[in-house]
Design a protein around this ligand. Structure first.
Ligand SMILES: Cc1cc2nc3c(=O)[nH]c(=O)nc-3n(C[C@H](O)[C@H](O)[C@H](O)COP(=O)(O)O)c2cc1C
Length: 354
């Protein structure tokens, strides 16, 4: 049976207008990425993981993650940490920042995070994981979701034991990326575990991992009973993948469309991070946007070497002259940023968060 990907569903009282969720990705999921994701059909977008300790200490950079634009709702802000009290406090700040959902990271396999007792290592300590979920759920009136891996070791089925307990502790949605933490991003996501998890809990489950096309999304939804699919790497520099998955719009973007989206993304990112940080942050996006046979390879190399984003935009406009008009149209359609909650800061990045 084909699932309608444009059908809405609910996380507690929050209506999610499509069954496509944009994945949280450290070093990627800036506000510009999330807003673009919403425009291209994601029903829910998520911040990258934010350190609860950073929030507690009002770390300037960390607070930058808590910026919420009015056109990205519904939005989940993801927090990670190991101290239930601090996680509860962080959740309150996430609520204050205007998020719709607080997401807890029990999936990050990166040592820098797991050695602090946070991320995926909590799957090995279900009692403590439940204390964290309980503390967060008690601290806020927003729905709480949890994102996790299958377990720490290859072949682990820990998520099936831990998942139902997290729901009992207050999680209103579970996202499963069914790779082990040890696997990092190798091998493939085993969505037979997603199907088993769906059987064991009475909250919506989001399937994350290797969703790269509408056909794959339909297959995973149909065979697992998950409420939604989450799209990560396939959407990097490629919001058109979201549109293909959500709507079946299979046309490849033209060079003008690619250049226009990239220019908009560059400008929005500069507004968010400031020029100095944006220059370095954006470099990986040039390959993601301009690859896939869209532009000759040396063009990306050329952009990476440029010292200012102004020069990047200039080169893109020269390579795709029609882009200027399209950017103007896209910019005119965006709501202005007045009313946005700005904590005047910038994000940090820890790659590989889940
Ligand atoms: C660069 C990168 C950063 C990531 N950062 C996070 C993160 O901050 N929080 C999280 O829960 N998952 C994080 N993930 C995992 C993704 O959310 C997703 O579960 C995973 O990439 C599998 O989905 P995909 O095959 O669609 O990419 C990250 C993944 C990548 C590639």
């Amino acid at each position: 049976m084909l699932v309608d990907l444009r059908e809405s569903w609910w996380i507690g009282p929050v209506e999610i207008p499509s069954r496509v969720v944009l994945a949280p990705m450290a070093g990627v999921s800036v506000q510009a990425f999330r807003r673009q994701g919403r425009r291209f059909g994601a029903g829910l977008v998520c911040s990258e993981m934010v350190s609860c300790a950073g929030i507690e200490h009002r770390n300037e950079r960390t607070l930058g993650y808590l910026r919420v634009a009015r056109d990205e709702h519904p939005l989940a802000i993801q927090i990670f940490g190991s101290d239930p009290v601090v996680m509860g406090e962080a959740a309150r700040m996430v609520e204050g920042a205007g998020a719709d959902i607080v997401d807890i990271n029990f999936g990050c396999p990166v040592r820098k995070v797991t050695k602090t007792g946070a991320g995926a290592t909590l799957l090995d300590d279900p009692d403590h994981a439940c204390r964290i979920v309980d503390a967060v759920a008690s601290a806020v009136s927003l729905p709480v979701s949890v994102k996790m891996r299958r377990g720490l070791e290859n072949g682990s089925r820990a998520c099936l034991e831990v998942g139902p307990r997290l729901v009992e502790a207050g999680a209103q949605t579970l996202t499963l990326h069914p790779r082990s933490a040890r696997q990092m991003y190798t091998g493939s996501a085993d969505h037979s575990l997603t199907a088993e998890l769906v059987e064991r809990v009475d909250v919506p489950v989001i399937a994350s991992g290797d969703i790269v096309s509408r056909a794959r999304a339909q297959a995973v939804l149909a065979t697992t009973g998950a409420a939604a699919v989450m799209v990560g790497r396939a959407a990097q520099g490629n919001p058109w993948a979201l549109r293909e998955i959500a709507d079946g719009a299979a046309e490849e973007p033209t060079c003008v469309e690619v250049a226009a989206e990239l220019i908009l993304f560059v400008r929005e990112t500069v507004r968010e991070l400031g020029e100095r940080r944006a220059v370095g942050f954006l470099k990986k996006f040039y390959g993601w946007y301009l690859g896939r046979g869209r532009f000759p390879r040396p063009f990306k190399q050329e952009l990476v070497l440029l010292g200012t984003t102004g020069e990047v935009v200039e080169r893109l406009l020269a390579a795709a002259p029609g882009a200027a008009e399209l950017v103007a149209r896209l910019e005119a359609e965006l709501p202005d940023s007045a009313g946005e909650i700005v904590l005047d800061s910038m994000p940090i990045s820890i790659y590989g968060g889940g």
